[in-house]
Ligand binder design. Structure first.
Ligand code: LLP
Length: 419
């Protein structure tokens, strides 16, 4: 079995799949399945790959915790010096709880509530990414009322096409995010007039799972042109936030390494006294994790063979929601001729698919499968649909592993309910 992901942290040894130096079978026996497994080493290596690529240029990585907000994952990255990109009061709460310094937190999101704005101001975050003029006015009123000054960065839609899935394209003029470039000057002029506002930066985020540096170059060029116009009006900004979106390998794609992005973008920033902010999510977490499941049944129907696994769309919704392709591999492949299967979960929906048309030697009930590249947008998008308790999460570190989130219980399912 060849692994199509780009991570040295996942490997077969003696016919068994390992995460770092731990056989996945050992984890499955300890925690039961389904279970999310993350490699600490992968998280740290990807984070360091980015900081190494930007060395010598003032920069800050603000890990985008929407891709994986589990406390131990955030804490691992914060421990490396990372800041955090948050998009809700809930994420802000989790980031602070995981030890993120407020001055390294950026707060984005298309519709922040007044409560969330108060929380950001009280914490003393680095800046709010602002998505509209009414939102700027709300931030101004709120800051003024609290006797505070809100640092802000306008989110601009640079109108470049990142050529990715249409649901995760965000930087086109027709998307709901941010303001058009043409509106930017007026926005910053308004910043000067409003009380309680300190314009400190400019932001873009053009999409996710991007496999090319060109759209980033184009976007940054457009933002730099804007920065020059602003400067001419006496408005100097300190932060250029280029968002996230760097892609990873799910099925053998060849994503540019962090150094390629830095090499493509650094020349555009020559002579500009700015701190570059990056908001990678998937790049760090995607291939750090797998969803480990067990085979419940193998069944043959006239037209298809199915593997019914104990993990389902409620645990990992990307295949069902986006038609996303995740490599699925047996933990102990064994031998024998391979058969084509659809790997499905027990949820009562035809769309409850983890992968279709996959070839494996026929498994037995109880055999384990690993759904790879599930570290980003996996557990965070899980739900209790069909009243299925969410899986536990495990962080592997070398030869040891730790349960960093326990499996939900039936009691957890009804927590907060009144009959
Ligand atoms: N910054 C902003 C403002 C964002 O909206 C996002 C992602 C990121 C950073 C991080 O992007 P990344 O580096 O992970 O590509 N659920 C979808 C992905 C949605 C991404 C939303 N925004 C999926 O499963 O593919």
């Amino acid at each position: 079995m060849d692994l199509l992901i780009n991570s040295p942290s996942w490997n077969y040894r003696d016919g068994e799949l390992y995460c770092e130096d731990v056989p996945l079978e050992r984890i499955a026996r300890r925690t039961g399945t389904p279970v999310y497994v993350y490699s600490r080493r992968h998280l740290v290596e990807k984070y360091r790959e980015i900081t190494a690529a930007w060395r010598g240029r003032s920069h800050l990585v603000c890990y985008s915790m929407k891709s994986n907000s589990t406390g131990a994952v955030v804490r691992t990255l914060v421990g490396e010096g990372s800041g955090v990109d948050v998009v809700s009061g809930g994420e802000l709460y989790r980031a602070l709880r995981a030890g993120a310094p407020a001055e390294k937190i950026v707060f984005a999101g298309v519709g922040k509530t007044e409560k969330e704005i108060v929380e950001g101001l009280q914490a003393g975050i680095l800046f709010f990414t602002v998505e509209s003029t009414p939102e700027l006015e709300l931030i101004s009123r709120t800051a003024d009322r609290l006797g505070k000054t809100a640092p802000v960065a306008l989110r601009v839609t640079p109108d470049v096409d990142p050529r990715t899935h249409r649901y995760i394209t965000t930087g086109k003029a027709e998307n709901k995010f941010g303001l058009d470039r043409e509106a930017a000057l007026e926005f910053y002029r308004l910043c000067r007039r409003l009380p309680g506002i300190d314009p400190v930066g400019i932001h873009m985020h053009i999409g996710s799972q991007i496999l090319d540096t060109a759209p980033f170059r184009e976007g940054v060029k457009r933002l730099v042109a804007l920065l020059k116009k602003l400067k001419a009006e006496g408005i100097s900004l300190r932060y250029l936030d280029i968002g996230g979106g760097m892609g990873i390998s799910y099925r053998g794609e060849e994503p540019p390494p962090a150094a390629a992005y830095a090499a493509a973008l650094r020349p555009l920033l020559k002579g500009l006294r700015l701190t570059v902010i990056l908001e990678p999510g998937r790049f760090i977490t995607g291939n750090a994790g797998a969803l480990l499941v067990s085979v419940l049944q193998v069944k043959q129907k006239a037209k298809k063979n199915f593997i019914v696994a104990d993990g389902a769309m409620n645990d990992l919704i990307r295949p069902a929601l986006y038609g996303a392709w995740h490599q699925i591999v047996p933990v102990r492949p064994g031998g024998g001729k391979t058969v084509r299967f659809d790997v499905v979960g027990p949820v009562c929906e035809t769309g409850d698919i983890l992968g279709t048309g996959r070839r494996f030697p026929r498994p037995e009930p109880g055999d384990r499968l690993a759904v790879l590249s599930a570290g980003g947008y996996g557990s965070v998008m899980s739900s209790n649909y069909n009243s299925r308790p969410r899986p536990p999460e495990v962080l592997v570190d070398g030869e040891s592993f730790r349960v960093v989130k326990r499996r939900e219980s039936y009691r957890d399912l009804v927590k907060g309910e009144a009959l």
